[in-house]
Ligand binder design. Structure first.
Ligand code: TMP
Length: 209
């Protein structure tokens, strides 16, 4: 039986470049023949991808924070059991674009839901799966939003106010301060190449990648 795979999550506000960096790391792992998958939340299985579409579609009807929280957790419950755990048990590394820290930053810090409730549901949905490493790509929300707006039509969350995105960033920074051994903070306002260099240094040191 192969050893359990390494679980790495990528976090940050909109436009932080985390998706690009995850793809770049994947390309590097391919050259090193490190068996891995790249996935994202919400999403990663057909049902979780449908929940993603529901969550991100702009709509007239108010989406209450409680509803939003439960939909993100439903997608996570499916993703963890349907894709993440089987891949990790198979010895594959998993690069995951967002995981439960996003729920603390968005639904607790920015939407204002109780951190305790969010934490309890995070543990329930993730089945106590904890990332081995979380890369937090940090940058001012003004910069992130302007980068994200170049990608085309904004989704329901990207349309939120600058204050909302500031709260998300502060939420992430608070989570980081509480867990500096699991989470590595990366200055994402630096050029893409420099950001990737820092990422590479970190994963080489931790996992020999
Ligand atoms: P993405 O566009 O970076 O893939 O993320 C999807 C959006 O969903 C992004 O705006 C962040 C948000 N989100 C939450 O609000 N809570 C969560 O638990 C997750 C995983 C994402």
């Amino acid at each position: 039986m192969s050893a359990r795979g390494v679980f790495v999550t990528f976090e940050g506000i909109e436009g932080s470049g985390k998706t690009t960096q995850a793809r770049r790391l994947s390309a590097r792992l391919l050259t090193k023949s490190v068996s891995h998958i790249v996935t994202r939340e919400p999403g990663g299985t057909p049902l979780a991808d449908q929940l993603r579409s529901i969550l991100l579609a702009p709509r007239e009807e108010t989406v209450f924070p409680e509803t939003e929280l439960l939909l993100y957790q439903a997608a996570r419950a499916q993703h963890v059991r349907g894709l993440l755990l089987p891949a990790l048990e198979d010895g594959k590394a998993v690069l995951c674009d967002r995981f439960y820290d996003a729920t603390f930053a968005y639904q607790a810090h920015a939407r204002g839901l109780e951190a305790e409730t969010v934490g309890m549901l995070n543990r329930f949905a993730s089945g106590d799966l904890v990332p081995d490493l979380t890369l937090l790509f940090d940058l001012p929300p003004e910069l992130g939003i302007s980068r994200a707006s170049r990608r085309g039509a904004a989704d329901r969350i990207e349309r939120e106010s600058l204050d909302f995105h500031r709260a998300v960033r502060n939420g992430y920074l608070a989570i980081y301060k509480n867990d500096t051994s699991r989470i590595v903070l990366i200055d994402a306002s630096a050029p893409e190449e420099e950001v990737f260099r820092k990422l590479q240094e970190t994963v080489t040191e931790r996992f020999g990648w």
